[in-house]
Design a protein around this ligand. Structure first.
Ligand code: GLP
Length: 273
């Protein structure tokens, strides 16, 4: 995998990357581009840029199929903080994605495991996800796979840690008790099965997770480190999210940034996959 560090707006960088991937793929209705999508504060700018690219005619979502990573259990789709609402606000209502081509887990499913199994089956039927885009939790979670989740997990009902509920309380009037305690989430295996993954980490709150990622090996306590097993994975980060890097990655990044100060981004490869 590679770490790409940029001073540019991460959302613009990621949206431009997604646009290129879709355009290069030349999707058709028989062979659509399958895109895994995240929610959260980090990717708000990414969606703003995707909407802009769409309005400018630079990208077309007609033959794009989307799968969202997760949804809070117990929140109706029209709850303002459900990920259904988030996606409508930030993307679905503004671009030409066909409603039948968008997939979000139903947080109200009476049989959550059946809901999760059907979601996996829909992904498989399309031949897998071409690009899975994600954010990173402060504790290193990916989707809602909290520390300790096995790297081969599939879509399922999960419990959120107090840390995650606290981090997301800002979307629920700063009241942690209002943040659902469980969610439906793709598994780490669902993410790493994608043909390509792009994760975004911005700000100092993500620095511990990024630092652990760039140390040797994988670590079940830091789900983000599962990305190192993927041959085509990118973590896109700003310098603040890299503020706790140590050892060789720190030295390499400092050297690249001082030798090529005007580059749009700097790339560090990890020795694993
Ligand atoms: C939630 C989502 C994660 C996301 C995380 C980061 O917990 N389930 O998929 O990565 O938020 O959120 P933010 O970008 O707001 O820091």
């Amino acid at each position: 995998m590679r770490l790409v560090v940029t001073n540019m707006n991460l959302g613009l960088w990621a949206a431009a990357y997604i646009k290129e991937k879709i355009n290069d793929f030349q999707p058709t209705s028989e062979k659509p581009f399958v895109l895994g999508l995240p929610t959260g504060g980090t990717v708000v700018d990414m969606y703003a840029n995707l909407r802009l690219f769409y309005k400018e005619g630079l990208v077309d979502f007609q033959n794009v199929v989307t799968f969202n990573m997760d949804e809070y259990a117990g929140l109706p789709p029209d709850h303002p903080q459900s990920y259904h609402s988030y996606m409508r606000r930030h993307l679905f209502d503004e671009v030409n994605l066909r409603p039948e081509n968008t997939h979000i887990l139903n947080g109200l499913a009476t049989d959550p495991q059946a809901e999760c199994d059907a979601f996996e089956a829909q992904i498989a039927k399309l031949g897998g996800i071409d690009l899975f885009v994600g954010g990173v939790g402060q504790n290193g979670h990916i989707a809602f796979n909290e520390p300790g989740a096995a790297f081969n997990t599939r879509t399922r009902l999960v419990e959120l840690t107090p840390d995650t509920r606290q981090a997301n309380a800002r979307f629920f009037n700063n009241d942690q008790s209002r943040v659902p305690a469980t969610a439906l989430s793709v598994g780490i295996g669902t993410v790493t099965d994608a043909k390509e993954v792009l994760f975004l980490a911005s700000g100092e709150k993500k620095a511990k997770a990024v630092a652990r990622l760039m140390q040797e090996g994988q670590d079940l306590k830091w789900p983000l480190t599962a990305l190192k097993l993927h041959p085509k994975a990118t973590l896109l980060a700003d310098p603040q999210a890299c503020s706790l890097l140590t050892g060789t990655p720190r030295q390499t990044l400092d050297r690249l940034m001082s030798e090529q100060p005007n580059e749009a981004h700097w790339t560090l490869e990890t020795e694993e996959a």
